[in-house]
Design a protein around this ligand. Structure first.
Ligand SMILES: [Zn+2]
Length: 126
């Protein structure tokens, strides 16, 4: 066999083997969300501002995004950036909706996304 052809065939096989390995890893990830992932999710919700019930009180909406960006990723300590920031009405368990701010942030190094909840308690003009 031509050595160039053999080398080419080997390269193609190596790429195919890598693709199959990646596919299997992805399939496992989708089928069985691990206990560690569930615990990770609980830890994110348990931190201050990790859920509507523990929304962080602030005086102005203007301080929210700088605060999120200053706070390191709860998973790896990396730098995070804001993906979404909006208002949300959340039931306060007594039938009265609370007006909160929800920020979805993403960590640049580890790719983890997580939300942080805020309640603006400053003087509002509306
Ligand atoms: Zn991270």
């Amino acid at each position: 066999m031509d050595p160039v052809l053999a080398l080419l065939a080997f390269a193609v096989l190596a790429v195919l083997a890598r693709l199959v390995a990646l596919g299997v890893a992805r399939h496992r990830q989708l089928r069985a969300p691990s206990l560690a992932a569930a615990a990770d999710q609980r830890a994110l919700r348990a931190r201050e501002g990790g859920a509507p019930d523990s929304a962080i009180a602030v005086d102005s909406a203007a301080v929210i995004e700088p605060r999120v960006v200053r706070t390191p990723c709860p998973r790896c300590g990396g730098h995070v950036h804001v993906v979404e920031h909006g208002a949300a009405l959340v039931d306060d368990h007594r039938g009265t909706p609370r007006r909160l701010r929800r920020v979805l942030a993403r960590c640049s190094p580890c790719g983890r996304s997580f939300e942080t909840w805020f309640e603006v308690r400053g003087t509002q003009l509306d």
